[in-house]
Design a protein around this ligand. Sequence first.
Ligand code: MN
Length: 490
Amino acid sequence: MRGSSGAGHSKVPSKKLAEYEAKRDFTKTSEPGARVPKKASRALRFVVQEHHARRLHWDFRLEKDGVGVSWAVPKGIPPDPKVNHLAVHVEDHPLEYFKFAGDIPKGEYGGGQVMIWDEGTYEPVKWSDREVMIDLHGKRLQGRYVLFQTRGNDWMIHRMDPPQDPDRQAMPSGITPMLARLSTTLPKPDDSWGFEFKWDGIRALAYVDGGRMRLQSRSLEDVTPRYPEIHAMGRALGSAEVILDGEIVALDEKGRPSFEEIQQRMGLTSENEIRRKMKVVPITYMVFDLLWQDGHSLMQKPYTERRAALAKLKLSGASWQTPPFEKGGGQSMQEASAKAGLEGVVAKRLDSKYEPGGRSGVWQKIKNHNRQELVIGGWLEGEGKRRGYPGALLVGYYDKDRNLVYAGKVGTGFTDRTLDDLNQKLKPLASDKNPFQAGAAPARGAHFVKPKIVAEFEFVEWTRGGQMRAPSFKGFRNDKQAKEVVREGG
Ligand code: MN
């Protein structure tokens, strides 16, 4: 029986809270001890505490018989009746705990930050040992929920009412990132553009829900395990449901994104190798767009609105940042990018929508150097100790008729390591056939290969004959398909 207000119930909690007390040292943690509650209020209270412990979870507590009956909910309270969440029944907590927010010392039970995510009152509808149905009247949560036991301490929490937000939609997956069209100059200054630095790395969308995140590459590959540094961003976002767009970069010793560095992280699949490389080549996720938030797409909203919503998320951590954008003509941004040794700038129309997979020109990239992805169609032997191994590459791109057009020979920009990689990648692709249109590449001494490997090159300009002047190798593009490689601008 629940104690009624004013009546003496001095003995009630002591036994029920034994487990709670046993797990804590109250000389070390500022959490409430198991003191006797002063007075039961007429309206029963509930609280949801976001708990950044070793594993992020939400503690759902209902006042009952002078204690807080508690469940730990790893993915938070489900907003939609279509999705049930696991709720692990845990020991009763004292009612004083309902007001607790703060830090539990590291090393103590439940060490980590506790925040009050929601609080209010509830009305019990049904209450048995296996099923608890309640109507919540919180600041965030309104409506009927049921918790039911599935096995042992494992319960499920289910929303019985329709979603509070009737327009709420399920989070989509598999969004192809929007692309920028190459431009040789900044757009005409007319106050309709925003400018960002262009990051030289790996494009990735982050899908975050219930503190967990999934990272998806441009080619829709799940690359979550490859970049463990970013996972904590999911936890930092708490219960926010978002889809972010950004670029994963590896910063060199001068703080510039280095495409050559990030290549060392791109192809890794073994957990050990990833852990080892994390220390050598740490990465940062540069977040520049917000496509989805709490059941709603933002993709139809203008760029400025999306950026404003993104700024509110205050995404800034050890391995993730929200680099700024700037209105105006873009010159200062372009100069700063050149000075900092960055790849260039991206101009985005302030009123533009997010077009998945689109390259309509409302986003434009202006590079400080010519850069081009090309397909390797053959190689020439090196000299000296590199005889028999690749020393220069024969490269090309696809024209609109799907012919591989020869773009030149590249013999610089390689480290010993990349030459070894090239050797490993190219030899199994050996082919008798010259893959270039009209046999344009020099056949003499050439080892042709099936055109599968994509790499990025920097060069001064396109010659009149359609070849690159002074090209150098910048890195492999394992994230790109050979068939997508076309000539950009210039
Ligand atoms: Mn907890």
